[in-house]
Ligand binder design. Structure first.
Ligand code: CTP
Ligand code: MG
Length: 221
């Protein structure tokens, strides 16, 4: 089973508010991008990596991959306006021979072999995809535009999902051609009728959005 990973790193990082894309924010002494690249390189389940870089930042991205000795990086492509566009650009570089594709946010630097193993397992049991998730802990409210609570949403059976998300390549390619603007790849595959399983995620897969998140993740290194 040949497993390809698409590392989407093409976002602007507007909420972080630096003078460069989030993938090049400092995490410890290195650009953030270095951490997930190194982890994918070392992951025994991953055969090849497609890196999706911010427009104009392709060369610095390749340089980071080279400095980290990431021989699995087969292609570095320019991302698009939305995350879905960036995934599509990456998917175009995934080999026809690949059976499984993992899509991972560079903004979640602390990827582990264990979580990769957990999302890959359901694919050999006939699922079209699998995503890591954590059960929602807080009480959820639906809030109106005036700030008033309209409803308490039953929390049972609600999960917050993360990446890496694993898919049978054909299922993701088919879902992509249907288009749509789901906020994650699983949403596209679900909309196309695919069956996706949620497996246990990892709190350390926190997505870096703000400066405080960056400090939290740096503290976990
Ligand atoms: N991403 C991407 N292409 C885009 C938008 C997002 O590759 N056009 C990637 C980001 O690089 C990140 C992941 O998708 O690894 C999750 O996106 P998010 O956390 O929203 O990152 P940004 O879009 O960069 O941040 P912001 O929304 O604050 O601008
Ligand atoms: Mg964004």
């Amino acid at each position: 089973m040949s497993v390809w990973a698409i590392l989407v790193a093409a976002g602007r990082g507007e909420r972080l508010g630096l003078d460069r894309p989030k993938a090049f924010a400092n995490l410890g002494d290195e650009p953030l991008l270095a951490e997930p690249l190194r982890r994918l390189e070392a992951c025994p389940w991953v055969d090849a990596v497609v890196l999706v870089a911010p427009p104009g930042w392709e060369e610095p991205a390749i340089l980071v991959a080279e400095e980290e000795g990431c021989g699995k990086v087969c292609a570095c492509v320019t991302g698009g306006e939305t995350r879905s566009d960036s995934v599509r650009a990456g998917l175009a570089e995934v080999s026809e021979d690949a059976l499984v594709v993992l899509v991972h946010d560079a903004a979640r630097p602390l990827l582990s072999d264990e979580v990769v193993e957990r999302v890959l397992a359901p694919l050999s049991e006939g699922w079209d995809g699998a995503v890591p998730g954590l059960p929602v802990g807080d009480t959820l409210k639906r809030v109106g535009s005036d700030g008033g609570i309209e409803e308490t949403v039953a929390r049972e059976a609600l999960w917050a999902v993360q990446t890496p998300q694993a898919f049978a390549v054909d299922a993701l390619r088919r879902a992509q051609t249907n288009g749509g603007d789901a906020t994650d790849c699983a949403g596209l595959v679900e909309a196309a009728g695919g069956r996706i399983k949620v497996v246990e995620g990892d709190p350390r897969l926190l997505k870096v959005t703000s400066e405080a998140d960056l400090e939290t993740v740096a503290g976990w290194l």
